[in-house]
Ligand binder design. Structure first.
Ligand code: CUA
Length: 323
């Protein structure tokens, strides 16, 4: 981009260029047709103006070639926009497997962020340069929207569900973070920044401050405190399904459907357990709606994601003892 003509914010994420290229293409097409139609309008108005009181316009019969042209050319152009847009959309919505997961909770009127290693931040997010960062975004109250213009990210934070976004920062520096959904009187103050650091500086930053509790550890504690462990035993003798190795797998439900056990399904199963019961189990689990905060839910999900299948050689009782 020409820095003397800052039509768009700085580009600081790996796909910002893709988004801008598509945007400029759509703008160029729009400008071209606006100008072409306006000039044609003026030309025709002059060229075919009425020249005398009793002038009768000539009758016009259709032109197949002309009609095909003004149908097929715009069709081709919008198909290009659609396919190109879909490609960018898929790229923006599929985090790479090696991404580090940062949880984002919107709350009137602040952003609460947590790193995979447990560090918490408010209205500030420090990330390493060049590393893919996956954001799991939700809200505690009303709808907010996580907006970092320099990364070309804008994703709603919706209560009761997880939305995902990801980016790979390409430039060190500090970038604006906004809430882009009107959420109440202090919406305009719900701003912050994302600080992109060299990987070593990020490690130093992580090491500063009190030693944090990672979401996995916090989740494991909650799992015991809330007595989840009584029913979800690793040895399949409990009243609830075994959770080891479940995350990311396809699950057979009592209704006959299947579902992938992702963040959204695990969250739903905690706050609304009867919604989609696993095949072979009774809907006996109580709801934990209102008893666990969004941050605790994130910790529980992280813990369940971390549960691996006990190695096959080890008897089930050993696996239980090691918990
Ligand atoms: Cu949160 Cu606007």
């Amino acid at each position: 981009m020409n820095p003397s003509m800052p039509l768009l914010p700085e580009r600081a994420s790996s796909y910002a260029g893709e988004v801008d290229a598509l945007f400029y293409f759509i703008v160029a097409v729009t400008v071209f047709f606006t100008v072409a139609v306006s000039l044609a309008l003026v030309y025709f108005a002059i060229r075919y103006r009425r020249r005398s009181e009793d002038e009768r316009p000539a009758e016009i019969h259709g032109s197949l070639a002309l009609e095909l042209a003004w149908t097929l050319i715009p069709l081709g152009i919008v198909v290009v926009m659609f396919v190109w847009g879909a490609k960018v959309f898929f790229h923006m919505n599929r985090p790479p497997d090696d991404a580090m997961t940062v949880s984002v909770v919107g709350k009137r009127w602040m952003w609460k962020l947590q790193h995979p290693t447990g560090q918490r931040e408010i209205n500030e997010l420090h990330v390493p340069l060049g590393r893919a960062v996956k954001l799991v975004i939700t809200s505690e109250d009303t709808i907010h929207s996580f907006f970092v213009p320099a990364f070309r990210i804008k994703k709603d934070a919706v209560p009761g569900r997880y939305n995902f976004a990801w980016f790979r920062a390409t430039k060190t520096g500090s970038y604006h973070l906004f809430c882009a959904e009107y959420c109440g009187t202090e919406h305009s103050k719900m701003i912050g920044k994302v600080v992109v650091m060299e990987p070593e500086a990020y490690q130093t930053w992580l090491a500063g401050g009190p030693p944090p509790e990672s979401p996995v550890v916090a989740g494991e504690k909650l799992f015991t405190e809330l007595n989840c462990i009584t029913c979800h035993r690793p040895d399949s003798a409990g009243r609830g399904p075994v959770l080891q190795g479940v995350f990311g797998r396809s699950i057979q439900l009592a209704s006959g459907d299947t579902v992938v056990a992702d963040e959204a399904y695990v969250r739903e199963s905690i706050v609304n357990p009867a919604a989609r019961v696993v095949a072979g189990y009774q809907p006996v689990m109580p709801t934990y709606q209102g008893q666990v905060s969004e941050e605790q839910l994130i910790a529980l999900v992280a813990y369940i994601e971390s549960l691996q299948v006990p190695t096959e050689a080890a008897p089930a009782s050993d696996a239980a003892a090691s918990r």
